[in-house]
Write a protein that binds this ligand. Structure first.
Ligand SMILES: Cc1cc2nc3c(=O)[nH]c(=O)nc-3n(C[C@H](O)[C@H](O)[C@H](O)COP(=O)(O)OP(=O)(O)OC[C@H]3O[C@@H](n4cnc5c(N)ncnc54)[C@H](O)[C@@H]3O)c2cc1C
Length: 467
């Protein structure tokens, strides 16, 4: 991997712009960081290489996990961040640092209440289905249930903070550091190259899912999968940090998704599967427990002939799906097939009807007996008419990156912070352990918005601004 050397301060003869805090990347992490620093009076320059809503945050389901929020309590759910952290650690088999994981879980509580109370985000608690390996309803999302709506709301809030200047179509090309390795600025390019002097820099430019070379180097099992994340996730934030001596962790960590409609490439909500849908291959056979996690299950889907599977479900589940805009898009694109019998559904996907009927019968027996040969525990009483959609597995984002402390400050390999440098979201080492299987739904936005919040607050406090 090529590490772009950081620009030395001594080669800088002029500054074009100055800001207390420069935030690189205006996705969930960046806009949250800008809000947290800007509301305390820091002058914030928030830049993004793109003006289109193509950040991973905009492509996401907009589901922010948090425990102990006011919305949870209003729904009669008493949950502590400790319990939420236990879920994260159970999914990643204890691979993430327990203290930092709990710190993020606690931060999420404050974050969600702050987003609603202080910045008037329209968040709701999703209580109609549980994501894989979550033991409680804790996903907070906009009513539209899209990351695009979430990011639009965050940007609306940022526009209301006068000290935040948001400038799209500006590429950060490099960091500028002094002889001690303290970060003092950013080289940016919006057609002309300019040097921005910054008292703090927050790297919020996501991971390296869109950089095939880095994916091949660090996550080789995901290298041939379709990439379904934003095009701007090319890993430079991680490379700049490494060039300054930052430690990295979990570089082999990534999230796949098992149900990307094929063709069409639209994300099919996993509620379809969690509420009872099962997956079959071209032979009409199930091949794994579909409910253990959509990230690890995607590897099983990709291992099937043609790298695809068909999700089989019924009318009740179809109706639930219609509450998700992406699923509606699948219906409108005629990717969802409906048939009065299971045999006819098989025919719609060129699957032997008798084989599919046998699989449905096995599924029903497993449901009644409570014993499934793949270990699945939740089933539904699937009734005609039946529905199906063809899906494949895809890479959504990477979860490894720069090691940060509880304030999201980037740490060197000796554990000391690199002065003035923060990171969050896909640039920072995540809490999903190694590989594909440790990702608990929501870890992405938790580390994006959570670290963004911590970074913004600490960056403002480091300037002596009131807390
Ligand atoms: C389809 C999909 C669904 C998902 N659903 C969920 C979900 O429901 N819940 C959840 O928790 N997670 C979800 N995730 C994961 C989640 O979206 C990400 O983990 C999270 O959005 C990362 O946020 P971020 O701010 O770090 O990055 P992003 O949102 O990608 O923002 C990074 C920004 O940085 C900009 N940028 C990059 N490089 C530069 C540069 N050099 N100069 C200037 N700007 C730059 C990019 O253009 C981009 O706008 C999903 C991901 C995908 C792809």
């Amino acid at each position: 991997m090529d590490l772009s050397p950081v620009v030395p301060l001594k080669s800088v003869s002029r500054w074009d712009i100055e800001a207390d805090v420069v935030v690189v990347g205006a996705g969930g992490c960046g806009v949250t960081a800008a809000l947290a620093a800007g509301e305390r009076g820091a002058s914030v320059l928030l830049i993004d290489r793109d003006h289109r809503p193509v950040a991973n945050t905009a492509r996401s389901g907009g589901m922010i996990p948090a425990a102990g929020t006011r919305l949870q309590r209003a729904a009669g759910i008493e949950e502590t961040p400790e319990h939420f952290a236990e879920n994260i650690l159970a999914k990643n088999h204890g691979q993430s640092d327990p203290e930092q994981t709990l710190h993020l879980a606690r931060t999420a509580t404050t974050l969600v209440d702050w987003l609603i109370d202080r910045h008037h985000l329209r968040l709701e608690l999703a209580t109609d289905f549980l994501y894989p390996a979550h033991t409680e309803y804790r996903m907070h999302c906009p009513p539209e249930r899209t990351g695009a709506a979430l990011l639009a709301d965050l940007k609306r809030a940022a526009r209301e903070v006068p000290t935040i200047q948001y400038v799209p179509d500006v590429l950060a090309e490099n960091l500028i550091a002094d002889e001690q390795g303290a970060v003092v600025g950013v080289v940016v390019n919006s057609g002309a190259r300019e040097l921005v002097r910054a008292r703090n820099v927050i790297l919020a430019c996501n991971g390296f899912g869109g950089n095939r070379e880095m994916v091949r180097e660090f996550c080789p099992e995901a290298a041939t999968a379709l990439y379904f994340g934003g095009p701007g996730s090319t890993g430079e934030g991680i490379r700049w940090g490494m060039a300054l001596g930052a430690a990295v962790e979990f570089m082999d960590s990534y999230q796949l998704h098992a149900t990307i409609a094929q063709p069409g490439e639209i994300l099919v909500s996993y509620s379809i599967t969690m509420e009872g849908g099962f997956h079959v291959n071209a032979q009409g056979e199930r091949f794994a427990d579909e409910t253990r996690g959509y990230s690890e299950h995607a590897l099983d889907v990709l291992a099937q002939p043609g790298g695809t599977a068909v999700v089989v479900y019924d009318e009740r589940i179809h109706r639930l799906g219609l509450t998700f805009p992406d699923y509606v898009a699948c219906v409108e694109a005629r990717l969802v097939r409906q048939a009065p019998t299971i045999e006819e559904l098989g025919a719609a996907f060129r699957i032997d009807g008798a084989a599919l009927a046998r699989t449905l019968e096995e599924y029903r027996v497993a449901r009644t007996a409570g014993v499934d040969r793949f270990g699945r525990r939740t089933f539904a009483d699937l009734r005609p008419p039946f529905y199906g959609i063809r899906v494949t597995g895809a890479l959504l984002h990477t979860q490894g990156g720069l090691v940060v402390d509880r304030h999201a400050r980037v740490l060197r390999t000796d554990g000391t912070p690199i002065p003035n440098l923060y990171a969050g979201g896909g640039v920072a080492a995540g809490i999903s352990g190694h590989g594909a299987g440790g990702y608990l739904s929501g870890n992405g936005l938790l580390t994006a918005l959570g670290y963004g919040f911590l970074a913004g607050r600490h960056a403002a406090a480091s300037l002596g601004l009131p807390g």
